[in-house]
Design a protein around this ligand. Structure first.
Ligand code: ZN
Ligand code: ZN
Ligand code: ZN
Length: 126
C-alpha cells in the first residue's frame, strides 16, 4: 500500500498494536524502549501523514492530540462539579446513517453531574 522505509514500517506496525488511543509521546516511548533511533519529529510527521490518508483518526484529549487506528469516536463526560473527565465508548452508531455526508470520525463533549457527586449530594441532604 505504501512504499515505506524500515523506520516507517516499524512505526506503522507499532501503531497497529495500539487497540485504543495513543499520543505521539507514547509512540516515542515505545520506539525508545525498542532501542530504535527514530526522532519525535519523524514520528510526528508520520502520524500527520497517516491522518491525512485516513489511516488513523485524531481527537483532542485534554490538552493533547490523541490518535487511533480503529476507534472512530472519542467521547468525554465532564462532571461540572468535581471536574473529573471520563471516557465513554459509543457502540451504537445508527444515528450516523442520518447524515448525508460521509463521516470519518467524531468527538463529543458531554457534561453533567457525575454519579459520585450525586451520591455525595444525596448523603448530605438526607
Ligand atoms: Zn478520521
Ligand atoms: Zn479523551
Ligand atoms: Zn463529579
Amino acid at each position: 500500500m505504501y512504499r515505506m522505509t524500515n523506520q516507517k514500517m516499524f512505526l506503522y506496525k507499532l501503531i497497529k498494536t495500539f487497540s485504543s488511543f495513543f499520543d505521539t509521546y507514547q509512540i516515542y516511548e515505545n520506539v525508545t524502549e525498542k532501542k530504535k533511533k527514530i526522532g519525535l519529529a519523524t514520528i510526528y510527521r508520520f502520524l500527520n501523514k497517516l491522518e491525512k490518508d485516513g489511516e488513523i483518526h485524531s481527537f483532542v484529549c485534554g490538552n493533547k492530540k490523541v490518535y487511533s487506528s480503529n476507534k472512530t469516536n472519542h467521547v468525554h463526560y465532564k462532571c461540572e462539579r468535581c471536574g473529573k473527565v471520563k471516557h465513554i465508548t459509543i457502540k451504537n452508531l445508527d444515528f450516523l446513517s442520518e447524515s448525508m455526508d460521509d463521516v470519518c470520525h467524531f468527538q463529543i463533549e458531554l457534561a453533567g453531574i457525575c454519579l459520585e457527586c450525586k451520591n455525595i449530594a444525596k448523603a448530605n441532604n438526607y
